[in-house]
Design a protein around this ligand. Sequence first.
Ligand code: ATP
Ligand code: MG
Length: 396
Amino acid sequence: MKYNVFIIKYAEIGTKGKNRYVFEDILCKRMRQRLKPLGSFAVKKEYGRIYVIAHDDEYDYDEMMSRLTKIFGITGVCPVKVVKDLTYENISSALIEYVDNEYDNKDFSFKMHVRRNNKEFPMNSMEMDASLGGDLLDKFEAEGLHVDVHKPEVKIEVEIREKAYIYSKIIPGPGGLPVGTNGKAISLLSGGIDSPVATYMIAKRGVEMEAVYFNAPPYTSERAKDKVKKLGTIVSQFAGPIKLNIINFTDIQLAIYDNCPHDELTIIMKRFMFRVAEDIAKRDDCQCIVTGESIGQVSSQTTHSLGVINDAISDIPVFRPLIGMDKQEIIEVSKAIDTYETSILPYEDCCTIFVAKHPVTRPKLEQILKSEEKLKGIIEPLYEKAMNEIETVYLK
Ligand code: ATP
Ligand code: MG
């Protein structure tokens, strides 16, 4: 059965007081943006509820559901049957029809839950619970339907407002907060498993995302770059449009390679990545940097290395949502958000090409600063050139 009206369940976090309206309005805006390409939909806010109404009968239900259930802030989408003429008989017969259509097998326990917001309706909610529940039993008891008020398999909701709304199924959404309620971040997005998950997790807290990818042609291929674009596009289904900055990092990496100790290459290279990210953050009004780092994963992610890398910048915080997660936990999220299969495609990354056989795991800041001294006069024009030649693509 294809319904035309949906009740949107959304998280209550961050919705207290006057913030509630900001949160709801941004959520409605996100929903309209995502539904617009699919046809004519209304997103309505009424008495603390958000509804989606499909105006055309010929809309793509699966695509609509797939889009709504990726919008942060939404915890569930409920397809509802609407009863326009508010009489008891109409509600009862619509309810019977609803259960008949939705459940081929009627051997299950249920509980009626009527909410009467419209006090003009003559019966109260408890009377309605008993009476509608009785009507369902009269009709379907022989097929196995029975009541269990404590642990029902199915909770059947009827909301009586100026119309009545019947539903029992909730298709889960991702939760979180609507993107746009919490500022903007720049994410270091590589082609690996971790950084798309990190980007997703910060966006889930309502943060608008921008991204930066360090490319090293000809050492890295066009396919590696396409892979990052594809990952960003998948994440943008949740996070909204992502502006991706592609930096040509080759000359900077070669300069580091030619002038610095090879066991420090990764650390120094990461420090330059952070500097670039900080500069873009300032340019584009991002309040923080996001990476996919997790303690101990590789030599550049020991607590010593993270500290030395972090020290490259000072004006802006770096958020690492995966910091305490195991690889397996990260993989589970990447599978759930559908980035995993793309992430494991075996294309080279700029970090792996210039990596030393035995990179330092306990770098000392003084030593790294000394090595970076050797880049003075060489790296500045390369840095400036890279910043001037940023390639920008908008992923959505
Ligand atoms: P990922 O799976 O995200 O690639 P990783 O396990 O390969 O991470 P590293 O290569 O040490 O770990 O990178 C740590 C973090 O640095 C990444 O999660 C990402 O945020 C950032 N990073 C690494 N390489 C790049 C790159 N080429 N472009 C942009 N960011 C990068
Ligand atoms: Mg990587």
